[in-house]
Design a protein around this ligand. Structure first.
Ligand SMILES: [Zn+2]
Length: 473
């Protein structure tokens, strides 16, 4: 009798196990499933899915839905449990100079021209080498990943080394080699710079993580002839053009004096602007110029904290949003911010424009969050690939805590994300379907080594600027 019961139990067990295996077999096997969290999709309907899940395969999102839907159709070897947390599209830092992390706090509390000519340009001339750039990049990458940034747009020297470090860390970047009309660390002449840029673009084009770009510093530091040559190179290769435009009132006044017109109008007249241009700042455009930038499809990156710190002015972001311009958010280099924290930029953008326009309705929390995600992707001309959690897009996500003290109690998701959440609330970061940070532990970068290397450079930089090495204006 006992034997018979045992036999029946064994048969039932085998049947159960077989049906489980069959059910598993019917499921599509993917690389990674993020499940159980509140998924803020930023898709066309702005869906926020409670207890949602995301299935990821081959670096792309293959399905987004409720956790039960995802569990029914998909199985994965690796699971990220996001229960009680929020799953957001990875944040996009639209403008930075990542190795400048090593100049963080070197010179503060002065205007752009004094800061640049007295401190930054001399410090760069004495210290920037390929090794400096690699060390500063690793520091910036670690800081960005720990705060949920999955894509950044950069412009600096030795950008090939920056691309290499970015790729090794598993981070996504639109990376522009800077071209400027004076000798710099990596290139001494314009001919050298042109050759470098062309080589750099060809080497990285087609890479899954790195979009190589061409970065003329600004219309006041690069001649018309060189700007036209760089635009032609962009036409030939399809590479984006990253630059600074209309950052300060002085830049606009100087441009009117020297060229008879504003920076935006000048760049348009020489045929530089198009829908591959990514323009940082654009603090001082006229109303007509906002319309022109929209018509041409120029991507714009607003850097509220850098603009505030250097007292550069307040960009007309509410007007740009009203006209639906592709405007994202950036930190600018860490020397003028002094961190690479997009959470602060979202919060600051929302508040700065309310104060400046005396209207608390402008730049809502949802709009600020959109600027750091989908609209930021539009600013980088990458909206088909990133910026939202949608089937077919690249799998760039961040899992963020929702129950920290500063988030309690919880009422509204966008309000929480923009006004209450902090960078330290980011727990897990996924880029191109790969977990880059898990439960706040970086998996591709070593924080202790990075900090030790940066401190070593601090000593060197202080020595290099010692005595009377800083030129007087
Ligand atoms: Zn900049």
């Amino acid at each position: 009798m006992v034997k018979r019961a045992a036999c029946i139990l064994l048969i039932l067990f085998i049947l159960g196990a077989t049906s489980l295996i069959m059910a598993q077999k019917r499921k599509i096997i993917v690389d990674l499933i993020v499940r159980g969290g509140t998924v803020v999709t930023m898709d066309g309907e702005r869906r926020v899915i409670e207890n949602g899940g995301v299935a990821i395969k081959g670096g792309r999102i293959v399905a987004v839905g409720s956790t039960s839907e995802i569990d029914r159709y998909y199985a994965a070897r690796d699971i990220v449990n996001a229960t009680g947390k929020v799953v957001i599209p990875g944040l996009i830092n639209g403008h930075t100079h990542v190795p400048m992390t090593l100049f963080r706090g070197l010179a503060d509390d002065m205007d752009l021209q004094e800061w640049l000519t007295k401190y930054i340009f001399p410090a760069e001339a004495k210290n920037v080498t390929e090794d400096f750039v690699r060390v500063g990049t690793r520091l910036g990458l670690a800081e960005m990943i720990r705060s949920g940034t999955t894509t950044y747009c950069d412009m600096y020297y030795f950008e090939d080394a920056i691309a290499d470090e970015t790729f090794k860390a598993g981070m996504r970047g639109v990376l522009g080699e800077t071209v400027i009309d004076f000798p710099v660390a990596d290139n001494k002449t314009n001919a050298e710079a042109m050759a470098y840029v062309e080589r750099f673009v060809k080497k990285w084009q087609g890479n899954a993580l790195v979009v190589p770009a061409i970065a003329p510093h600004a219309p006041y530091t690069v001649s018309e002839e060189h700007l036209k040559a760089l635009r032609a190179l962009s036409d030939r290769t399809g590479a984006p053009l990253v630059t600074h435009i209309s950052e300060t009132k002085r830049e606009v006044d100087d441009s009117i004096k020297a060229k008879g017109t504003s920076p935006v109008d000048y760049l348009n007249r020489i045929g530089f602007l198009n829908n591959r241009v990514i323009a940082a700042h654009v603090v001082w455009p006229t109303e007509a110029e906002i319309g022109l930038l929209k018509k041409l499809g120029v991507g714009i990156v607003h850097n509220p904290q850098s603009n505030m710190k250097l007292a550069s002015g307040v960009a007309p972001v509410p007007e740009m949003l009203k006209q639906d311009l592709p405007v994202g958010l950036g930190t600018d280099g860490a020397a003028s911010n002094n961190d690479l924290n997009l959470w602060e930029e979202m919060d600051t953008a929302a508040k700065l424009h309310k104060l400046f326009s005396n209207d608390p309705k402008v730049v809502s929390a949802e709009e600020a969050f959109e600027m750091a995600t989908l609209r930021g992707a539009r600013a980088l001309h990458l909206e088909k690939e990133i910026g939202s959690i949608e089937k077919g897009k690249r799998a760039d996500l961040a899992v963020v805590d929702l129950d920290d003290l500063n988030q309690t109690p919880f009422y509204n998701i966008y309000s929480d994300l923009v006004y209450a959440a902090k960078a330290g609330d980011v727990r897990t970061v996924i880029i191109e379907g790969r977990v880059i940070m898990r439960d706040r532990r970086l998996l591709t970068l070593n924080e202790e080594t990075i900090k030790a290397d940066a401190r070593r450079y601090r000593e060197r930089i202080i020595r290099s600027l010692g005595a009377k090495t800083v030129p007087e204006e």
